[in-house]
Design a protein around this ligand. Sequence first.
Ligand code: ZN
Length: 261
Amino acid sequence: MVQGFGDDFKELVRSSTNLVDLVSETVSLKPIHGGRDFVGLCPFHDDKNPSFHVYPDRQTYRCWVCDQGGDCFRWVMEMEKVPFPEAMESLARRARLEIPKHKRDDATSENGHRKTDSLAVVEWAVNLMHQALRAGPKADNARQYVKTRKLSEDTVRNFRLGYHPEDWNWFLEQARGRFTPAQLVAAGLIQERNNGPGYFDNLVGRLVFPIIDERGRPVAFGGRVLPGGNIESDAKYWNSLESAIFHKRRTLYAFDRARET
Ligand SMILES: [Zn+2]
């Protein structure tokens, strides 16, 4: 097994793969009438009505019944029951790309892949919450709080402050077809429910401060409960738990500066 693919090679493989063609090798897909997307019978559950969708624009797939979803790598991992490096190799061969020789970097190990995934998930969440604060429909009390605390436009932009709307499944909904619940858990965005199946979001109803690492990458979050919101919490501030990418001792709390403003 060849290991040590970098992110660049991963993206090269992704962009050299047409997900519709790939999925069509297993599932008979039809274009959805009047749209660009494709639909077929889901290979992951006993499907009678086509509920399995492939989105060429995003190069992702998702079943709206059993909730399986992901990109080309996830597809091969699920269909061939192989770990990520083998899925990558398989797709690289399929795209006739030369597979890089052994190269040791921090994406070599299983842990490395988790790290790479979590960084991408956190980056995605930072943007999502930043947009929600700046222009989201249900963020008036968050914007009001920002004004009251005299946090400037520049501060909001530079620290990429964000807001999580009062919706306990917002991350999960927004991530569909892009990240799996397991990836969201690993990145500290959601948690499994204690009393029953399913998940709930962290940071609900909070003003969110990204926590960045020594290389300037967001790796975790701090969130503050807002006055005037509907979320009851004993903890005025909430910080992400430690994860593959977030080590409290080694991480800068850039948002402390914003908080003191
Ligand atoms: Zn399904």
